[in-house]
Design a protein around this ligand. Structure first.
Ligand code: DQA
Length: 145
């Protein structure tokens, strides 16, 4: 079981950006949470990727075809705008879980649409960085079905 965790724009600024919303932990801490959780859940590999560029995220999803069994994705701001990321997830058809650190449903109107989420079988929101662990757990359960 190989997992790929994808993080979109500005998530590299965790700990600095809007700590009241996203917390004070750094991106490095998030990477460690994913790798520790992945190991504990029985994944043989968990790669954690971040990019501020939509095309780089699409390239990464395409590269996952045939090499990755499951995806956890927080497309960040691209959640609400990117049909390209949605189409890439649909193209590779790899089981995917959408994750958001904040409770997007309780935030601004423009955050209420999720394109990427339309290609995901589950969604985790508002659980902070530990939401990634929850997302990996849902992915493991799906892959072991
Ligand atoms: C986010 C929520 C998005 O609306 C926002 O643009 C982000 C982070 C989250 O993890 O809560 O950058 O995806």
């Amino acid at each position: 079981m190989r997992a790929l965790v994808i993080n979109g724009p500005n998530l590299n600024m965790l700990g600095i950006r809007e700590p009241g919303i996203y917390g004070t932990e750094s991106y490095e801490t998030l990477v460690r949470i994913c790798q520790d959780a992945g190991r504990a859940l029985g994944f043989s590999k968990v790669e954690v990727f971040q990019s501020n560029h939509e095309g780089a995220i699409i390239d990464k999803i395409q590269d996952a075809y045939g090499t990755v069994d499951g995806i956890v994705i927080n497309p960040a701001a691209y959640t609400h705008t990117s049909i390209g990321i949605l189409d890439a997830l649909k193209a590779v058809a790899i089981p995917a879980v959408e994750v958001h650190i904040s409770d997007v449903d309780a935030r601004e109107e423009f955050r209420q649409v999720s394109y990427a989420g339309m290609a995901c079988f589950a969604r985790v929101t508002g659980e902070g960085l530990l939401g990634y662990r929850h997302a990996l757990e849902l992915l493991r359960d799906r892959l072991q079905d």
